[in-house]
Ligand binder design. Structure first.
Ligand code: CA
Length: 506
């Protein structure tokens, strides 16, 4: 089979993406010869594009040519102007609501999870020890090592113990309006579905983030909260933590996985280190899996405000009500202001790695990013770290930063995250498993034991989006059910809980 050289997404596109490095002179599918060497994943002009004319990919204007671009040229980030950011007022809503029956059927409709009294089920059975302030992080690190060594072996039905330490809690403007975001994140992390409703919160004693800000009065008990300044010295401190941990482990030990409907599963999607293939292979395959989960009654979050901002009209068209559309516009508008306050524009994204991977600007990145949400209607929009109240596809507004989006979605209660990457990252989360999917086979060969699934066969034409989507769907259910471990968990590659704090530090 003659391997294809370029991919054009929509017939009206005047650029295509190189499937592999194309030497100058290579004649591509439409008969045009490359004038320059075209790096893999970068764009080649399919026709002469005059100065000021739109550059089209995904049928969408990525920007306008800064100068004449002859057919066969390499079209990179220096050759186009960024179009104006789309307005947020009066976005048409609900003009593209795909009926549920048109979504692909899930091949499996149940999974094995840990049922909770309310909310989504757990994918793991973990003891979560949440700090109210960074000052206690060192103590918790040592205590968790001791819990793992001395206590966990006695509780074979508990999967692990996690110290949820984070930079928040003191030296912060706790009453600033935006402090509601990090406070909500800590509050919701305490309630994470993988912690089975067992509360263990460790504070110092003089911090600003007091227990009453993260727990209701009935939960602030000697069984649930521990203040290190009350402990007389090192040994007493360790004894107190280990003894509270043991009480909780005894309760967690009783939990068992049971067969549950997909409606009990909540997962998140995010991408990082994207390239121009992300929107062709990995993200649409993830979108296909998302569609099957939603059809089966499950809930899927997608996020990353700066990456979808330029495609906001496409998302509004999928909102189920004007109220959901308004929430979407509100979150986007808030983020516009957050960036503007520091004189930063949306061109702060993409990263140099994205550009090296062929993404010319944020418009191109947005189209690829949105592909991971599939096609189903958006039933709810969440502020950062909020928990969902609906089932189905949900837009959870978070920063696009991988290490901040992860904790935000975790606070929203995801039991698993699907992470799409083009460039590669060893990223992982300790509270919930992260499944990594790459956009091209070269990365899978290079990082064969770090990337779980490659969507690269879609690029080469050897597999369809549906085939890789199906493979990913089965893998998601296997990991959620504890039958498989993604590579990041096998190695213990877990990133810090960098919770989002847009409020001032004092
Ligand atoms: Ca990201």
């Amino acid at each position: 089979m003659q391997q294809r050289l370029t991919i054009r997404i929509q017939p009206q596109d005047n650029v295509a993406v190189a499937v592999r490095d194309l030497p100058a002179g290579t004649v591509i599918e439409n008969g045009v010869a490359a004038r320059d060497p075209i790096p893999q994943a970068h764009k080649i002009a399919l026709e002469d594009i005059p100065q000021g004319a739109p550059i089209l990919r995904y049928g969408v204007i990525l920007g306008h040519a800064k100068k004449d671009i002859p057919a066969g040229s390499w079209v990179n980030e220096h050759m186009l102007d960024l179009p104006e950011s789309p307005a947020l007022d009066d976005l048409p809503w609900g003009t593209n609501l795909v009926p549920l029956e048109n979504l692909p059927d899930p091949p499996e409709t149940t999974w094995m999870g840990y049922r909770n009294v309310s909310g989504p089920a757990g994918t793991r059975n973990l003891l979560g020890i949440v700090s109210t302030v960074q000052c206690v992080a060192g103590v918790l690190k040592v205590a968790v090592e001791r819990i793992r060594r001395d206590l966990l072996p006695k509780y074979p039905h508990v999967d692990g113990v996690v110290a949820v330490t984070h930079p928040y809690g003191c030296g912060v403007a706790i009453n600033a309006p935006m402090a509601s975001i990090p406070i909500r994140a800590v509050r919701n992390l305490i309630r994470h579905p993988n912690f089975g409703g067992e509360i263990m919160v460790v504070g110092l004693g003089c911090e600003k983030l007091t227990y009453d800000r993260v727990l209701p009065p009935e939960d602030i008990t000697p069984e649930n909260v521990l203040t290190l300044q009350d402990c007389p010295g090192h040994d007493a401190m360790m004894d107190a933590i280990l003894s509270m941990a043991e009480q909780k482990l005894q309760l967690l030990e009783r939990r068992r996985r049971e067969e549950l409907p997909l409606s009990e599963l909540l997962i998140g999607m995010q991408c990082g280190g994207s390239d121009a293939f992300s929107g062709i292979s990995a993200n649409p395959a993830a979108g296909y899996a998302a569609d099957m989960l939603v059809k089966g009654g499950g809930t899927v979050l997608f996020s990353e405000v700066t990456e979808v901002r330029d495609g906001v009209s496409l998302l509004a068209a999928r909102c189920v009500s004007p109220a959901v559309r308004d929430r979407l516009a509100e979150e986007m508008g808030w983020y516009d202001q957050y960036l503007a306050a520091s004189g930063v524009g949306r061109d702060a994204n993409p990263t140099p790695g994205n550009k090296q991977g062929g993404l010319a600007n944020i418009v191109e990145k947005a189209m690829g990013s949105i592909a991971k949400s599939g096609t189903s209607p958006i039933v709810e929009v969440l502020s950062p770290a909020e928990m969902p109240t609906k089932r189905g596809l949900i837009y959870a507004a978070t920063p696009a930063s991988d290490i901040v989006c992860g904790p935000c979605q975790t606070a929203s209660g995801i039991g698993l995250q699907v992470f799409l990457t083009g460039r590669g990252t060893p990223y992982g989360l300790e509270i919930c498993p992260v499944v990594k999917v790459c956009s091209r086979n070269e990365l899978k060969s290079h990082w064969f034991d770090l990337i779980d699934i490659s969507a690269g066969d879609i690029v080469t034409g050897e597999k369809t989006i549906a085939e890789v989507g199906m493979e990913l769907f089965h893998f998601i259910l296997d990991v959620a059910s504890g039958r498989k471990q993604p590579f990041s968990d096998q190695y213990g590659f877990h990133n810090d809980m960098c919770i989002f704090n847009p409020a001032p530090i004092t």
